[in-house]
Design a protein around this ligand. Structure first.
Ligand SMILES: Nc1ncnc2c1ncn2[C@@H]1O[C@H](COP(=O)(O)OP(=O)(O)OP(=O)(O)O)[C@@H](O)[C@H]1O
Length: 591
């Protein structure tokens, strides 16, 4: 649950800002003081989608403009009060978010950004074509309060501040919830997020709907403040750029970013426009352009993160850096397989693969692979580079769809299902190339994996904390993933994979990049997981560790199974020695 004290800074900031604005009597400066929270809220709405998911929107003016026009036209044609029209505008913004998001989320990266650019421009031309070049809101002298038309401009500032405070608090609540964690995970690694059980499309759609609703609501309020709406002023390029600029300047992916950006840039741009706008037309665009260039050069993630990193560095250099890891739970690698697990390979079948194949063009990466994984078994998957091991895992966890064949989990055919569905069915995985969420703490990284099973935020945190203890990382649980060593990252990925309590764990080269003793620590953790009842399939090239760890081997070459069976049999098989282990291994075994 969100701690109450995190509400305090935005509340104090809002009160201080309100105090200052009440002391200002000049109506022009008063208008600027109203525009700051307006653009801050618009920046916050952009941030909710783009800052947290990393999907950059160049077209947020689409939502802003829909809100502004809905509020204006609703008064002109239906005489509805803006107190009602602004919530209606928010609803329309949410619906527009859904309609825009659904097709556009098929695109990624730059393609998504460019596609988003098209929406406000297209709508702008439609409104111009419809003849809404300049829409003036009707003046309601008889009922100014009912129509949000105040003689005292301070009231607009206070209303803008109230909307800003509400948006900040909403964003803070989201940040700490399953919603925010899902968005951050998507931003940092969408594939890893899917594999950890997050339905990425559903969360992205929720984000764009909420973002669109907030942008439209503040667009409606903006129309009410200025009492005139033109297509360029609400759908124009500069409007979309403004949301992006205030957030990028202040800091993306944090509530404070758009607020900081707006407080600095909006007065600067407005005052320069008033002072020098006649001599230098478009000075506002120049200010925003310069702000972006400065940010790119000096603080690519925005002022907030730059300042926070500087502060962190200072405190980190003062504190003694404790040894990052406590020794993994059971640090001594068990020389032999524990008695309790002997014979595991004869238990109930939890994963069955039947004639699985996958081709890339003419290349048969996985060919007609069949095997069974029994409850509580550790299966080692080995083979030379390019043998198809990772492709096999990608087929098992849904990253790839098979060309043919079946994957049965507990007897249920799951072939071709999306990764988060397979994760929900009880399959966790780690990656050969690690996919940590670098800006998040270890605990938050692991929480991402817990949500697949947890019913509440508290339960997810508990399950994550439990997983962190099981891999021996509790001493560093609050550290940012970007500060960790390779071993700690490997253990963290392991914790994320087990946090959702899977029954089957797919480990892809979990020992890669580790020294001997580090590998031993990780092997000890894996052995403990197996002792606790986990069923594991592991891809690994470190054969010394593998022969101590696994119950049986599956050997792949050129995508096909060349043999499978007990380690002592497989490692003496001439086909395996020839294709993978090599003559050196024979010498090693003989010694
Ligand atoms: N998305 C893809 N498109 C085209 N070819 C691919 C794709 N993914 C894998 N391959 C090819 O499929 C074959 C099997 O690759 P895969 O990564 O599964 O091998 P591997 O056994 O995991 O190798 P390594 O031990 O080096 O990780 C390789 O020839 C690889 O180049």
């Amino acid at each position: 649950m969100l701690r109450m004290r995190s509400f305090l800074p935005p509340l104090l900031f809002t009160l201080a800002y309100a105090g200052v604005s009440l002391g200002v009597t000049n109506s022009y400066y008063q208008l600027i003081l109203t525009l700051v929270p307006v653009w801050a809220v618009f920046g916050l709405s952009w941030n909710l989608l783009s800052g947290y998911t990393g999907l950059i929107s160049f077209g947020h003016a689409a939502f802003f403009g829909i809100g502004a026009y809905a509020t204006a036209l609703g008064q002109i044609y239906f005489n509805i009060s803006p107190w009602l029209l602004i919530p209606i505008a928010a609803m329309l913004g949410g619906i527009a978010g859904l309609l825009i998001g659904f097709p556009t989320f098929r695109l990624q990266g730059h393609y998504f950004a460019l596609a988003m650019l098209a929406y406000p421009l297209a709508i702008l031309y439609v409104f111009e074509w419809l003849g809404f070049q300049e829409v003036t809101l009707p003046i309601k002298r008889d009922a100014p309060i009912a129509y949000m038309q105040f003689a005292d401009p301070h009231i607009y500032t206070l209303l803008g501040l109230a909307i800003m405070l509400a948006t900040i608090v909403l964003t803070q609540v989201i940040e700490r919830s399953r919603f925010g964690i899902a968005l951050l995970a998507i931003k940092q690694n969408e594939a890893a997020a899917e594999a950890a059980g997050i339905n990425t499309l559903a969360w992205k759609l929720r984000a764009i709907m909420l973002s669109g609703a907030i942008a439209a609501a503040i667009g409606g309020f903006y129309a009410q403040v200025l009492l005139v709406v033109t297509p360029q002023s609400v759908f124009g390029m500069l409007v979309s750029a403004q949301a992006l600029t205030v957030a990028m300047f202040g800091g993306v992916g944090t509530v404070w970013g758009p607020v900081i950006g707006s407080v600095i840039l909006i007065p600067l741009a407005e005052i320069l426009h008033a002072e020098a706008g006649a001599r230098i037309p478009g000075i506002q665009g120049v200010i925003f352009g310069l702000a972006i260039v400065c940010v790119i050069l000096l603080a690519p993630e925005g002022l907030f993160w730059k300042l926070r990193d500087l502060l962190r560095k200072r405190t980190a250099s003062k504190a003694t850096v404790s040894d990052a890891t406590e020794t993994a739970a059971a640090a001594n690698v068990t020389a032999l397989k524990p008695a309790a697990r002997q014979g595991a390979a004869t238990g109930q079948v939890v994963l069955e693969v039947r004639n699985l194949s996958r081709s890339f063009g003419g290349l048969k990466a996985v060919q007609d692979v069949s095997f069974r994984l029994h409850k509580n078994e550790i299966l080692g998957i080995i083979g030379p580079n390019g043998a198809g091991k990772t492709t096999l895992f990608n087929l098992l966890n849904g990253f790839l769809k098979p060309s043919q064949g079946e994957v049965l989990i507990d007897g249920r055919d799951m072939s071709g299902q999306r990764p988060h569905v397979i994760c929900e069915a009880g399959v966790g995985r780690t990656f050969q190339v690690m996919r940590p969420f670098l800006r998040m703490s270890i605990l938050d990284n692991v929480v991402v994996g817990a949500y697949v099973r947890a019913r509440s935020d508290e339960e997810a945190r508990k399950m994550a904390a439990d997983a962190v203890v099981r891999v021996g990382l509790s001493a560093v649980a609050d550290r940012i993933a970007g500060e960790l060593s390779t071993k700690e990252l490997r253990l963290m990925e392991l914790a994320r994979a087990i946090a959702g309590r899977p029954r089957i764990l797919l480990l892809d080269e979990t020992l890669a990049g580790l020294g001997h003793s580090e590998a031993d620590e990780v092997v000890a953790v894996i052995q403990q997981l197996a002792r606790d009842g986990m069923t594991i399939a592991i891809i690994e090239h470190t054969m010394q560790a593998m022969v101590r760890l696994v119950d049986s081997f599956l050997v792949l070459d050129h995508g096909a199974v060349i043999t499978e069976g007990l380690p002592e049999v497989v490692t003496r098989d001439s086909r395996v020695i020839e294709a993978y282990l090599g003559k050196k291994w024979v010498g090693h075994v003989a010694n």
